[in-house]
Design a protein around this ligand. Sequence first.
Ligand SMILES: O=C(CO)COP(=O)(O)O
Length: 265
Amino acid sequence: MATPTPARRPLMAGNWKMNLNHREANLLIQKLAASLNEKQLTDVETVVLPPYTDLRTVQTLVDGDKLLIGYGAQDLSPHKGGAYTGEISAALLTALGCTYVVVGHSERRTYHHEDDALVNAKAKAALASELTPIVCVGEGLDIREQDGQVAYVRGQLDGSLAGLTAEQVAKLVVAYEPVWAIGTGKTATPENAQEVCGAIRQRLAEVHGQETADQVRVLYGGSVKAANIAAIMAQPDVDGALVGGASLDAEEFAQICRFPEHIAR
Ligand SMILES: O=C(CO)COP(=O)(O)O
């Protein structure tokens, strides 16, 4: 008899992007902590990804009040340290208690010309420091209009995860964020999300084996809100969400993290 697949714990990660200073971060974390009880924070892993300048504040709150809220950064340098003006290394992030880091967000790929090779180097730098990379992939509107999303995302995934062992892949998170759905209010349908998240898991299984693929959490991102999270989470290969705009409102993000209650209703 096949061993049952261990359940993947849902993960809701709030990408604040370039929003909220450290005082505003303080307020949002306090409100979030007040809106979610211990069971909710145990059932669904809740993570915030603030700007670098907020990380010390978030660390102080999380440590001081023993909050069950994880945190991390939105990017990191592929280099270990040294003369790289303006960059932040994995070691600087782990020193602040970060456990996650986003790599290859479409805004970095577009505005900073980051390619799969650089995303791959960043994922490796994160893993070498015990940080969990959230590796972002996703097609633009032109590719979606030609129905090329699956092939495109498979290519991005192969490039971004090149040279990683199955053991390393099992530890990371992949986020599927169709570029046309980011900040536009156009959410992919739950079926659109499942098609590509399922294809991501299938590709991971082809390269690293089914057992590894079954451990990887695959998130959907793009105009996720409290109103659409339950339908997205009902898809078998979607294990959570990478939330932008809606994560800046503590109550909205808390409602997203409480999605099992929306499903039960
Ligand atoms: O880019 C995103 C998260 O990383 C999605 O942003 P929105 O939720 O604002 O569409």
